[in-house]
Design a protein around this ligand. Structure first.
Ligand SMILES: Nc1ncnc2c1ncn2[C@@H]1O[C@H](COP(=O)(O)OP(=O)(O)OP(=O)(O)O)[C@@H](O)[C@H]1O
Ligand SMILES: [Mg+2]
Length: 258
């Protein structure tokens, strides 16, 4: 157990010219904790996620990360090479559209194995074995290992993307609408699977979703955004059962009516 957060975001703002992406967002993420970022379309969720995961430089603010050796580092003061290494080893990023997170023209096995090779594994037999193990964990049968993701269904692609991200044992995973493009029955199974993996592996995660049911199922804490600003932040059950901000009350009640 550790008594320090993994990630610390301080007064983060991002504007696109005159348009506000997100403004003055601060939060901490603890090891093993899942934070959901919810809000309507255009509220700044993806902007925030991208700024925190170093994919989009913020206009101002600070993002610090506690490395495996215990040292805190300012992510935007790292070299590009260090940041890329972190992304390959310590972090995962699950895109809404699996095609953005997979290599569509190489086999499923290679999609998983490639990440292992990126962290220095060179033993072909062991890489293949680990790939098969991970395909199994995301419920893809071993006889599909040589198929390309383009031959997979949307749900399978998303599960493959998850395996590719988790195979290297990251400490922190970012997800942008991980169940977004899928139909409802597929979503439910994927969510179950994700929830199991996150808790088995003790992963910390930041999950962007506009779906409060996803937040309820996956997250410990949630932040509600509107027009780029965090309007409410608290334990997920508290926020959903006893929303305090008028906007959250509206969001919760309108979802319940659907
Ligand atoms: N590349 C960009 N250039 C200009 N404005 C942008 C850009 N990306 C986002 N924005 C603006 O920033 C605001 C927040 O957008 P963002 O994509 O972060 O919202 P979101 O909450 O992820 O929405 P959605 O649920 O639709 O994905 C919006 O007003 C959007 O128009
Ligand atoms: Mg978005």
């Amino acid at each position: 157990m550790t008594d320090e957060p993994l990630l610390r975001v301080t007064s983060l703002s991002k504007s696109y010219g005159a348009r506000r992406g997100c403004e003055n967002v601060s939060f901490e993420l603890w090891p093993g904790e899942v934070l959901a970022v919810v809000g309507e379309s255009g509220s700044g969720k993806t902007t925030l996620l991208n700024c925190v995961s170093t994919r989009l430089p913020p206009s101002s603010g600070l993002v610090s990360y506690r490395m495996r050796d215990g040292q805190w580092r300012d992510l935007y003061r790292m070299s590009e090479a260090e940041r890329r290494f972190l992304m390959r080893t310590d972090w995962g990023f699950v895109h809404q559209n699996p095609a953005d997170g997979l290599r569509m023209s190489v086999s499923a096995g290679a999609n998983v194995g490639e990440r292992l090779m990126a962290v220095g594994d060179r033993h072909y037999g062991r890489i293949r074995e680990t790939a098969i193990d991970w395909l199994g964990r995301v419920e893809i049968s071993a006889d599909r290992i040589d198929d390309q993701p383009r031959a997979f269904s949307g749900g399978m692609r998303q599960r493959l993307q998850i395996a590719r991200n988790l195979v290297t044992g990251p400490r922190l995973v970012f997800m942008d609408e991980p169940t977004g493009g899928l139909d409802v029955s597929v979503q439910a199974r994927l969510l179950d699977l994700l929830r199991g993996l996150v808790s088995d592996l003790g992963l910390a995660a930041v999950v962007v979703t506009h779906d409060l049911a996803v937040a309820r199922l996956l997250s410990h804490r949630m932040m509600v955004m509107k027009d780029g600003v965090v309007v409410e932040h608290g334990l997920t059950d508290r926020v959903l059962d006893d929303p305090r901000a008028p906007y959250t009350q509206l969001l919760v009640s309108s979802i319940l009516q659907v």
